[in-house]
Design a protein around this ligand. Structure first.
Ligand SMILES: [Zn+2]
Length: 157
């Protein structure tokens, strides 16, 4: 992998995801609102709309956050027995904050990784489709040969 040349000047994935940094120039331009991406980077002009992250991680994150909050609420209830209004005041804002925060970070991480993986091939625009096609061919051939090897093994045994 010749990543060093192509990732020079780019922010690391973790701080970039946490602070919403542009994957190309590292300026804090990724988000237009709490969880919505800007159309493009205000500093370097990188077009964010060509990345297709969507809200894919939302359902997944909601399940994880829901499980964690429920576990914490049970621990608090069983150990401290607070009145019901304490639970409401405590868990409603924590749940909202955790879902929005984790959604924001995970969407930023996806767009950063998407940009980085395309950039690491050295072809950002027209080459990406052909490479994806070539990758698929390679993967299919690998699966095919593995299947063939398995049948040969079974026939021999
Ligand atoms: Zn930028």
């Amino acid at each position: 992998m010749t990543e060093s040349e192509n990732t020079k000047g780019q922010p690391d994935v973790l701080p970039a995801a946490l602070f919403g940094l542009c994957p190309r120039c590292g300026q804090k331009t990724l988000f237009r609102s709490i969880t919505a991406f800007a159309d493009q980077c205000r500093a370097c002009g990188l077009d964010y709309t060509k990345f297709n992250v969507g809200d894919g991680p939302a359902a997944f994150l909601t399940l994880i956050v829901g499980g964690l909050v429920l576990a914490l609420a049970l621990i608090v209830e069983l150990n401290l027995h607070p009145p019901m209004w304490v639970h409401v005041l405590l868990w409603v804002p924590i749940t909202i904050g955790a879902v929005v925060g984790s959604l924001r970070v995970s969407k930023a991480a996806l767009i950063i990784l998407e940009h980085r993986n395309q950039a690491s091939e050295g072809k950002i625009d027209e080459g990406a489709g052909r490479e994806a096609f070539a990758d698929n061919l390679f993967t299919d051939r690998r699966i095919g040969s593995r299947g063939h090897d398995l049948s040969w093994f079974l026939a021999a045994g």
